[in-house]
Design a protein around this ligand. Sequence first.
Ligand SMILES: NC(=O)c1ccc[n+]([C@@H]2O[C@H](COP(=O)([O-])OP(=O)(O)OC[C@H]3O[C@@H](n4cnc5c(N)ncnc54)[C@H](O)[C@@H]3O)[C@@H](O)[C@H]2O)c1
Length: 443
Amino acid sequence: MSNSDIKDLSLAEGGRRRIDWAEREMPVLRQIRERFAKEKPLKGLRLSACLHVTTETANLARTLHEGGADLVLTASNPLSTQDDVAAALVSMYEIPTYAIKGEDKVTYFKHIRAALEHKPHMTMDDGADLVSSLFFIEMGRFDNLEPSLAAWARGLKDSERAELLKGVIGGTEETTTGVIRLKAMEADNVLKFPVIAVNDAQTKHFFDNRYGTGQSTVDGIIRATNVLLAGKVFVVSGYGWCGRGLASRARGMGALVVVTEVDPMKALEAVMDGYQVMPMMDAAKIGDIFCTVTGDINVIDEHHFAAMKDGAIVANSGHFNVEINIPSLRAMSVGDPSLVRPFVDQYLTKDGRKINILGEGRLINLASAEGHPASVMDMSFANQALAAEYMAKNADKLEKKVYSVPADIDNEIARLKLQAMGVKIDTLTAEQVKYLGSWEEGT
Ligand SMILES: NC(=O)c1ccc[n+]([C@@H]2O[C@H](COP(=O)([O-])OP(=O)(O)OC[C@H]3O[C@@H](n4cnc5c(N)ncnc54)[C@H](O)[C@@H]3O)[C@@H](O)[C@H]2O)c1
């Protein structure tokens, strides 16, 4: 395979302008890039990154490249690639990139294969598709692979398969779903190298998952449909970090927000935050717009579709496209769905209702909008860059486990972000330090 697969190189100049625009909102990552350019902490490391190919990721890729990494970038979702950004990465930043918006599953995994053939020392994942493919190949579990990737892997000699894994010192993971998969691998004793869970850094999920997903998911739904949110019943499934952000942003636009949950603590929090909380079966009957953000499967299922109103709009912003059971909707519909607007598939049910699925059930903030705004990705990707540096320096001391981002890195990113925003805060006085560390003083 040649050393890139993108849609159209002539889009590069537009991509470069948008990468620069995002860069202005990424001051923390910029500082890291400037230091990396001098110190080259990733020198000599082959790094395979499987991330959403957006303007913000381009700035991370530049940082890793400046830090000395020999980097290959592939898409972590078939619909999230920004083709102009991919073109700029290849032609202006000389970063081999394998990503085309709308690529089919075979192409998606052909691109993952390119990341594997790079024989990485380090992996960087968003959803764990790269590491899970690597482990399935090494374990000879070809039936778990996409068929074309399995055919390639079957053709390798045992020694060649072992070789793919041999040089890997560690990896990083960007999102909640990926971290859940990696922790399950650790529990099953199949995790083959240490991985840093970037998602678990406070400067990642407090801001990226909540404010980033909140705003950009509303943006994606509006860009796809142009519906007015004010006065609509907007059902948010999952009141975790992303769900909290989405519910508050939808309410801010005047929607009547209903939350569905399975965790009593989160459900209670949603009630106290002022939302209506109910089972999906009840919400299905009253919702105008639905959005899942759970990381779970079949959260909106056949019996929910059966109860929905004519014209319901259904989207997902969780990592994989399994949260909405689209095959069940297809089975209860007449013929194929019509593409009534870009990213809006309209299904006609056998009882005559129209139900609209956005972005094929893939994360809607990346499918029909541009993903998270750069200002929050500044912190998420500062974590990625510093986690890669930490892994390069410390991999030999780590076990085959999922690690959190070290607290000093997390705190330093918060400090740098405040500084860049021009916000000053107080520091503890000597008296306060002493008081907070003592137990003698009471009533
Ligand atoms: N769209 C994006 O850009 C983006 C950004 C960050 C994370 N994500 C993804 O979004 C998903 C959620 O991430 P998070 O950080 O909010 O996770 P989280 O663990 O904080 O929250 C998930 C919530 O969903 C609830 N849930 C699980 N099954 C449910 C069900 N059947 N019905 C209702 N609620 C259910 C859980 O109880 C939990 O409260 C993950 O897949 C994550 O990878 C997407």
